[in-house]
Design a protein around this ligand. Structure first.
Ligand code: ATP
Ligand code: MG
Length: 206
């Protein structure tokens, strides 16, 4: 037997032992994680993929025949691929509730009024257990800019129906929102095509 064959055999043996141990650990954690509950998920950070991630969950939920409500705050465009696609799905209710970015509206009182109106739509869903999943896209800004009362929003999220999943997206999620969430993902930007002068691309960004 050559030295190389011996080394190779050893490596295969170590790999097998490591994988056996790993499998035992994973099986134990899977067996332990048998709870079911409606989750509060927060997808935040500066990297791309927050809203897209929430739409992925919408697709999964609809695939299971679940009823989904989506509220899009801040943004006002109604020509996105996601809206065109999901608003056609019988179990999906889609609301575009914003009137533009703060730097477009430049009117704090108008932003507050729009936010309050949008929040009432969201609140209805959060009070209705027939929605299996509710996405509150870009809601984080309404809290960080203090357009909505923090306690009102956090209390409503904590009081959501037990089995309802709620997904909140947007940059700069406030600490209290992260605290009450079950799952928090902070998406980090490594690079973005926008910085190379590429505009938002259909199918990728809208
Ligand atoms: P997406 O909707 O693509 O998942 P997002 O929800 O993570 O993005 P937003 O802050 O909501 O991020 O961004 C909205 C738009 O800005 C999208 O067109 C997105 O591709 C783009 N975008 C996201 N991240 C960045 C970034 N780091 N720099 C520039 N543009 C970005
Ligand atoms: Mg987004």
């Amino acid at each position: 037997m050559t030295q190389q064959t011996i080394d190779n055999d050893k490596q295969n043996h170590y790999h097998k032992t490591r994988m056996e141990r790993k499998k035992a650990q994973i099986d134990t954690s899977i067996a332990r994680a048998d709870g079911e509950k409606g989750l509060l998920l927060v997808i935040t950070g500066n990297g791309k993929g927050k809203s897209t991630s929430s739409f992925g969950m919408v697709a999964r939920a609809l695939g299971h025949g679940m009823k989904v409500g989506v509220c899009q705050f801040i943004k006002s465009r109604t020509d996105t691929g996601e809206e065109a696609f999901f608003s056609q799905q019988p179990n999906c209710e889609w609301h575009v509730l914003g009137d533009g970015f703060t730097w477009d509206t430049q009117d704090r009182q108008q932003d507050i009024d729009t936010s309050e109106r949008g929040w009432q739509v969201a609140l209805k869903m959060l009070n209705d257990p027939s929605y299996d999943m509710v996405v509150l896209d870009e809601l984080t800004y309404l809290l960080s800019y203090e357009y909505l009362d923090k306690d009102t929003v956090l209390n409503a999220l904590m009081a959501k129906p037990e089995m309802q999943h709620v997904v909140v997206t947007g940059r700069s999620a406030i600490a209290e929102l992260r605290d009450i969430a079950d799952t928090v993902s902070d998406i980090k930007e490594e690079k973005h095509a926008y910085k190379d002068g590429i505009k938002a691309q259909k199918g990728v960004d809208l």
